[in-house]
Design a protein around this ligand. Structure first.
Ligand code: MN
Length: 223
């Protein structure tokens, strides 16, 4: 259950989808020049639904095993209140329940090794507590944010800063594309990609992030 801002009911999570390389500056820093220049079709990966860590106030996230390079990726999260297959971009926003600020935590060393071998990304992306999500702002409160600052700081120092307007694939397009691959349903979360500035965190670090008009989150990495 993810808390809903100013509401008594929580949002029950069904599945977690993530968009890869949706900001050109991040695609470039990952060495994916074609993705940065060409607006190639969005690609998706998933995390288990029970990888979600959600809460109000500071959330504790355990430093995961099997990595020495745990990266932060600040992202706007779309929470679906409806679903369907082959949804048109014009219909897509009607499926959205609300938006949240999330972290796509990544074991970058495992992801890089998987990429090099052509192996799946699952163990680099879909580990326990890898999908952090702040409170959901319902559409009635926040509308459908398409511009606005998205940022993340570590121990008070800003590491990531961008604008939703720089997303190569916009929320309606993401929903429409994803719905050609799977039938979407209420409870699905979509992490919409991260701007440049990803980097490593360590136990004891405090991460704060936000998206203008949506909200924020605070996370402490613990042993
Ligand atoms: Mn990501």
């Amino acid at each position: 259950m993810i808390p809903v801002a100013a509401g008594e009911l929580g949002f029950p999570v069904r599945r977690v989808f993530c968009v890869g390389r949706n900001y050109a500056d991040h695609a470039r820093e990952m060495g994916a020049v074609d993705q940065a220049e060409g607006r190639e079709p969005p690609f998706f990966f998933t995390k288990p639904g029970d990888a979600v860590v959600a809460g109000l106030g500071e959330m504790a996230v355990s430093y995961p095993p099997a990595t020495s390079n745990l990266h932060h990726e600040i992202e706007m999260v779309v929470a679906l209140g409806g679903g369907g297959a082959n949804v048109s971009p014009a219909q897509a926003l009607s499926l959205v329940f609300g938006y949240a600020v999330g972290l796509d935590l990544t074991r970058r060393d495992l992801q890089a090794a998987a990429k090099a071998k052509g192996h799946p990304w699952d163990m680099g992306k879909g580990f326990d507590q890898s999908a952090v999500c702040g409170a959901i702002a319902p559409v009635a409160e926040c509308g459908h944010p398409a511009t606005g600052r998205i940022w993340l700081s570590v121990n008070g120092e800003v590491r990531q800063e961008g604008d939703l307007a720089a997303m190569m694939w916009k929320v309606p397009e993401i929903i429409a594309q994803l719905s050609t691959l799977v039938r979407l349903a209420a409870g699905d979360l979509i992490y919409t990609g991260t701007p440049a500035g990803v980097g490593a965190v360590l136990p004891g670090d405090v991460l704060m992030g936000g998206v203008d008009g949506v909200g924020g989150l605070q996370v402490r990495i613990v042993r």
